[in-house]
Design a protein around this ligand. Structure first.
Ligand code: SF4
Length: 285
């Protein structure tokens, strides 16, 4: 995304939202304009909830902490389960160092250490290591300010996903989801893996019942200005308009947007792309 388009996006976002997230797909801190975009954001009332895999945090951390526009940082630490252990531990250490620095200089900053891999057996070993490291850093360490309870993975349920670590640092657990897909030839929903990462051939029929918060609490803008309903739609399957051509308010009031929103209110998934989505299972049937 060019800086010119970025400025257009945040000007439009400020008409309907209080918070922005610098991602749909990909690592936002790798964008060459990341520092400039932070500065541009500081000129608006918008606040940033940054989601990052944390692999650049040793380089970008000070810049993030220095920006008053940054309200929250989410670290996708579940991704480290896919890495060789040495690399995973090195990245985690950099994230924990950032957390300690944030605790000292930005106690107002919210930090979520995400483990969005509940139910994924292959992640179990990493999760155990992760929890031990977090406890060592914040609970067992000599500079822990008060006796805090040990963090464990035992208490997750669909209604209880966020666990305080210290200050405004939280462990956030959730189920793993698969990116929805449609067959680009037919426009029909493709079968997807379930939360355990297993394909259930023939047992995973097109799902037309469901809901999510897209077009109510959020909407996404792709790198080229296309507006889509949510951040899972990185390829623009549900393109509602273009930010260069219409205001965000106008785009959110198009017949397609209104139809999708009405569907979500009635627990109907009206678009084939949504019918292949497992993320929306988080919001119940
Ligand atoms: S149902 Fe899934 S794909 Fe559709 S808007 Fe919601 S999160 Fe996005």
């Amino acid at each position: 995304m060019s800086s010119e388009l970025f400025e257009r996006c945040i000007a439009e976002a400020a008409t309907v939202a209080e918070n922005v997230y610098f991602h749909v797909l990909g690592e936002p801190t790798l964008h060459p304009g990341f520092g400039l975009f932070l500065k541009k954001l500081e000129e608006t009332p918008l606040k940033l909830n940054l989601t990052t895999n944390g692999t650049t945090i040793a380089r970008t951390g000070k810049q993030i902490l220095a920006s008053p526009a940054v309200r929250q940082v989410n670290f996708s630490t579940h991704a480290y389960a896919e890495l060789p252990q040495d690399a995973a531990l090195a990245h985690l250490q950099e994230v924990l160092d950032f957390c300690k620095m944030a605790n000292a200089v930005r106690p107002d900053l919210y930090i979520n250490l995400r483990l969005w891999n509940v139910g994924n057996a292959a992640s179990h070993s990493w999760n155990e290591t992760f929890i031990a490291k977090v406890n060592d850093a914040f609970v067992n360490s000599s500079d822990a300010t008060k006796a805090a309870p040990q963090i464990s993975l035992e208490h997750f349920c669909s209604r209880h996903k966020s666990f305080p670590v210290t200050g405004r640092i939280y462990l956030h657990q959730d189920s793993r989801f698969e990116w929805p897909k449609v067959d680009e030839r037919t426009g029909s929903a493709l079968q997807t893996k379930d939360e355990r990462g297993e394909y259930s051939e023939g047992k995973n029929p097109k799902n037309t019942a469901g809901t999510c918060r897209a077009l109510d609490t959020h909407v996404a803008i792709l790198h080229d200005g296309r507006i889509v309903a949510c951040c899972l739609d990185h390829s623009g399957q549900i393109t509602l308009g273009h930010i260069q051509e219409q205001s965000l308010l106008e785009i959110l009031d198009t017949p397609t947007a209104r139809n999708l929103r009405e569907g979500f209110e009635k627990h109907e998934l009206r678009h084939p792309f949504c019918q292949s989505c497992s993320f929306c299972k988080r919001f119940g049937k």
